[in-house]
Design a protein around this ligand. Sequence first.
Ligand code: UDP
Length: 330
Amino acid sequence: MTQKRVLITGAAGFLGSHLCDRFIKEGCQVIAMDNLITGDLRNIEHLFKLKEFEFYHHDVSKFVHVPGNLDYILHFASPASPIDYLKIPIQTLKVGSLGTHNLLGLAKAKNARILVASTSEVYGDPMVHPQTEDYWGNVNPVGPRGVYDEAKRFQEAITMAYHTYHGVETRIVRIFNTYGPRMRLNDGRVLPAFIGQALRGQDLTAFGDGSQTRSFCYVDDLVEGIYRLLLSDCATPVNVGNPDEITINDFAQEIIKLTGTNQKVIYKELPTDDPKQRQPDISKAREILGWEPKISRQEGLKITYEYFQSLPKERLYEEPHGRDFSQNIK
Ligand code: UDP
């Protein structure tokens, strides 16, 4: 991988920043791009001193220009938590559709291989369990989550079309719930929500009756799966996630035990179209990538909790970037 030039979009976000670290470690030149609406430069500030690293402040929904050659593009720009895409629904649709189109065009122009970040949300509230890649999903296109789910479904469709009709080398990863250091404490997702609540001495808010399930993958495992998929020859979608499924109630108890908080679990209304169960079937990733997760939830949660504990206390009370980011969208 030495000297390969890699463009990573959404580079200041949770997954994007970990991918920057990984590709720098592999000896690549990394061109990081982010519009900083949900991303945070603090996630990549340690890389700015490296000559192998460049940062472009740019919204990929607009034409993307990168000088010089490119070997790989990893498209990870998108709001990714339900409260984010409810706040900025149009932007969410645009980055998954127009943004993906721009990056596929760039991949074609540069003769680069592109990997796009898809999601378990393409399966919606799934009727098949665990979810295999050949399941077409159960998505409500006009519900509040539709802006994310349908943008990602369109992303998969246009990516396959560029592969089929233009011969672009494409890869599609379907990412299931992932956690780890650099998640935004207040992004509304269940893990930072629970840990933030425990650290602030608040009760943990489970939505609905807490019987819904998710399967949480530690970020380093995910990055390894993505890396292997990029280097594989598989153009069809591949699930990458940890099949260790747990109810939100049991997850809350794990967080209570981990943090030693005296708080209790309180119940709030279940968001519209919240999937009842989710677990990746990773047979395909096992077979073609020789990949499976290695880090247990116990181990991953410990590292993640230590990260959140190490942050300055004021970050516990920070609004996203200290402002309402929906004001920042044109
Ligand atoms: N959830 C919860 N309390 C919270 C935040 C989320 O019970 O404070 C639930 C949410 O309703 C969902 C699950 O946790 O069932 C995972 O939510 P998240 O937003 O992390 O991701 P999703 O998998 O729904 O995209």
